[in-house]
Design a protein around this ligand. Structure first.
Ligand SMILES: *Cc1c(COP(=O)(O)O)cnc(C)c1O
Length: 422
């Protein structure tokens, strides 16, 4: 099909979309809302509604404390085991717990102790801020002698493999990187970088927050030691839903959880005064899980498994290509820049457009056109593609909204001062 910029063409692409049936599995009450922020907070899977009702009325309501033995004790592990299928892990390598930030703390501390004597920790300057804050905090806490190397961007979006290859040396204990960059959407070559780290016997910890469910990966087969990620973005787990963590099977017996709480104990209900870690992935639990939020993760994970990560990736790629093509003809002439890779293989599931007035433009399309994107400093308007529910028509409408608020100058009535959640 030859690309054209008409609405009819967008609709034609929607008719050919093999995943289009999944949109109806989400709660979409406002057909006029163009929601392109599923990379930040995914939509509600319809199955979550009766599940929450059952959880409250039956499990919490009738079963009360008995529900822990019925269902809740195994939930972190059971849902983690399903999620493993989305990241190429084995079921007993993944568990749901805490937030991504807290899981980073646990796994960074555990990893550093696996490489005593090594002093170098490598990350990059485009990593998610919480990852950088926690990395520094853990390193300082364990030993002020750790040298934290935050590599600068050298390929436009992230760090080149050559620069990583030079930076990761025989003194490197740990490499921490995000698989997909939250601003630019750039995807690191996970296999190649893991191989570089392993060549120096450094451990690697991948943050999969922006790739789980939309970019295929093979954590176990690549021999990746550690990973963490978010469930409320492309996995549609709900606001503040607990995160996941992955620890390669063979490491679980020796990699400690520094926040050793009673849920990670081998015999939790013996109430021993000495800590003895559970065998396996359970040892990375800490305290009582937020059951209501935890349970809500399952419907989204089930949908992602049913659709399959490969088909989701194929659609996401086709939609981001479409968006980039629309940018070139409709937005570039108005001063928007493409702040994401042009090469599909290096682009995740969102596209960032740069504009000096980005924050005001983002507010204008939200207020005037019901188009929800988001804004990331200094100038990125991010359009998130959630392949299970985003349509080509929505992308078409969003691009025209961006165009029109700039052409009419209506964005000028909004404040340029950053407020609240962007
Ligand atoms: C969203 C995101 C987080 C969020 O961490 P929380 O602790 O769940 O708030 C962390 N890292 C990356 C790369 C993210 O995209």
């Amino acid at each position: 099909m030859d690309f054209d910029t008409s609405l009819e063409y967008a609709r034609k692409l929607d008719r050919r979309d093999e995943l289009s049936g999944f949109r109806d599995r989400f709660l979409i009450d406002d057909p006029g809302l163009i929601y392109l922020d599923g990379n930040s907070l995914g939509r509600v899977p319809k199955d979550a509604v009766p599940l929450m009702d059952r959880l409250i009325r039956h499990q919490w309501g009738n079963r009360l404390i008995r529900a822990w033995n019925d269902e809740w004790m195994g939930l972190s592990r059971r849902i983690g085991g399903k999620l493993a299928g989305l990241i190429g892990a084995r079921p007993d390598e993944v568990i749901i717990a805490d937030s991504t930030s807290v899981n980073l703390f646990k796994l960074i501390a555990g990893a550093l102790k696996q490489r005593p004597g090594r002093r170098r920790i490598v990350t990059d300057s485009v990593n998610f801020p919480s990852d950088l804050y926690i990395l520094k905090a853990v390193a300082d806490l364990l030993d002020p002698a750790y040298e934290l190397v935050v590599l600068p961007v050298d390929n436009g979006f992230a760090v080149s493999e050559e620069a990583l290859d030079r930076a990761i040396d025989d003194d490197t204990a740990l490499v921490l990187l995000s698989h997909v960059m939250y601003k630019s959407s750039y995807i690191y070559d996970m296999a190649r970088i893991t191989e570089i780290a392993h060549g120096r016997d450094a451990m690697i910890l991948w943050d999969l927050s922006h790739s789980a469910g939309v970019v295929p990966m093979a954590c176990h087969d690549l021999g990746i030691e550690l990973a963490v990620g978010s469930t409320y973005k492309y996995l549609n787990g709900g606001p503040g839903a607990p995160a996941f963590l992955y620890v390669r099977e063979d490491l679980q017996a020796r990699l400690d959880n520094p926040i050793s709480g009673w849920f990670g104990h081998r015999k939790q209900f013996y109430f021993d005064t000495e800590f003895e870690p559970a065998s396996g992935i359970d040892r990375y639990l800490t305290g009582t899980p937020s059951v209501l939020s935890l349970a809500m993760i399952e419907p989204g994970v089930d949908l992602a498994l049913e659709a399959g990560v490969e088909p989701a990736r194929a659609k996401s790629l086709s939609q981001s290509e479409y968006l980039v093509a629309l940018w070139a003809s409709e937005l570039a002439p108005l001063g928007f820049t493409l702040n994401s890779p042009r090469e599909g293989a290096r682009r995740g599931s969102h596209v960032s457009f740069g504009h000096a007035e980005g924050y005001r433009i983002d507010q204008a399309i939200r207020e005037e056109r019901q188009v929800i994107s988001d804004f990331r400093m200094p100038d990125n308007i991010r359009l998130g593609i959630a392949p299970l529910y985003t349509t080509y028509e929505e992308l078409h409408t969003a691009v025209h909204a961006l165009r029109e608020v700039v052409q009419s100058g209506s964005f000028r009535q909004y404040s340029a001062v950053i407020k609240g959640v962007t």
